[in-house]
Design a protein around this ligand. Sequence first.
Ligand code: SF4
Length: 245
Amino acid sequence: MGLTAWVPRHAGVALGAPPAAAADGSVVAGVEPDRIVAASPVALTPRGARLGGIEQMDWPALREAVAGCRACALCESRRNTVFGVGHEQAHWMIVGEAPGENEDRHGEPFVGQAGRLLDSMLRSIGLTREAAPPERQVFICNVLKCRPPGNRNPEPQEVAQCEPFLKRQVALVKPRIILAMGRFAVQSLLRTTEPIGRLRGRVHDYEGVPLIVTYHPAYLLRNLPDKAKAWDDLCLALDTLRSRP
Ligand code: SF4
């Protein structure tokens, strides 16, 4: 099963129409695959200090706060913070774990091979990260906004320092559903140590929003048979969304 044909043959959900040309809301455009984010002057916070009032911030203030954040040690090794991309009123929010090397270079979540697989997964249920109305254009971000060196697992205190940014993103987007991808993201959001295998297949809650657990695309690239399970997870998310007013 290739990257662009990841959906199992038995899948019976109709594919979505091609993305619309423009969104009807405020949209954060994605970067070109080979574009490197230019360094721009940002107001850096003192090392170890986190800004107060995150829960009151609007989008511009939140972006600026993340760009200048030095609340945990990850600020020392990052090239770029990775805020997130997509529609600011998206119905679907995709939450991964932390930026990897490519994401750190580009300043965008889910780029490279895993990003292309995510795009295929989204396309299979009529969603996209490109400009489209809020029911079709997702918002994609990570639990952590800076890359852990060598892609090591994030430390609990790094998650604790960074989580207010994610909570504010959820409060601003007001998604109708959250898709949490990968063990670390899932365990951080749900505050559990249970493996993904035990958390899949049911509807969880994060900040009052229904949350569906699934595998990270990078994992699926190494474990092709589990793509069928990921498809089941997407179908559960669709059913959950459709069952709610
Ligand atoms: S990972 Fe989060 S808390 Fe740590 S420096 Fe980056 S933005 Fe700040």
